[in-house]
Design a protein around this ligand. Sequence first.
Ligand code: 5GP
Length: 341
Amino acid sequence: DKLKESKVYMRALFDYTPLEDKATPCQEAGLPFKRGDILQVVSQDDQTWWQAKRVADCNLRAGLVPSKQFQESALNESKCRFVTCFLDSVSAGLRRSFRLSRKDRRGSSGEANVSDQNDTEFLTYEEVTRYQQKPNERPRLVVLIGSLGARINELKQKVIAENPHRYAVAVPHTTRPKKSHEKEGVEYHFVTKQVFDGDAQNNKFIEYGEYKENLYGTSIEAIRSVQAKNKMCLVDVQPEALKALRTAEFKPYVIFVKPRIPESRRRRSAATSPGGAEHGRITEEDLQEMRLSAQQTDQQYGHLVDRVLIKEDTASACAELRSILERLERETFWVPVSWAK
Ligand code: 5GP
């Protein structure tokens, strides 16, 4: 049975550097990996250390990686360690008792203890499988997220305008009055605040927000109705919406659009600006804010991202987005196992 090739694949949700891991039984035997790498888990025989290969470099021999359970307990422990530091100044006795309970977590009851802590999400591994969209299947949802300055709505609109038979937006709802050139159900679904609030209460929106005292939001139904026409639906959302969208129904492919931000303003020619957009005068503070925004989005949501698109300018970013979308219909991608059942 053991000789059978493992069919277990995991997407790593954290970076791992064996040389920095004090817990590893053998640093040389460790397999380094980065968040987002796909690992083929060759053996889960040991509760603490799995043997795995990185799929990207096929001939590499297997190395040791922390098991999901062990990594979870380590993360849980570092949370405890923080509490311990805090308690240090309060009582040394209490600290000792904390250490004891930490040790217990490593035992066979570890799993139960960890899942008790459902306030924390442990980013360890996500089991994935290869998935290719079949011709008769509903196209995957394409989700664009962007950090400050990425202007993803513009990108989305351009790519759709070039190919409206294949791509479409989900028509949002709004409470603002309809303008004379607008048509119900084309630019927006125009609704009263009462209707909007009711829909929001009933979780009908994947996201919504206020802009100039009007409410705007995209409904789940709006996405479904695009997909029912067999078109690929493109949405741009705040990254907080990602978790709700990660379902087997939508199988979202998440693209993180990051503007190319120059190192320092002084090195930049006056004619160009980040992301290729016409921003007018951009100060060093603006650039710093954009860097920070990209960093924060990456830290908080990077593990949910399938593809990072560095936006140099609008034209090249559109071309890249177009090619990603074309590949999405033809090629095989890694998705959580629960989506491919
Ligand atoms: P307008 O009223 O000019 O059509 O849109 C104004 C702004 O409303 C847009 O620039 C965008 O920021 C916001 N908006 C439009 N659709 C949505 C949506 O579906 N959700 C959210 N949160 N904001 C939207």
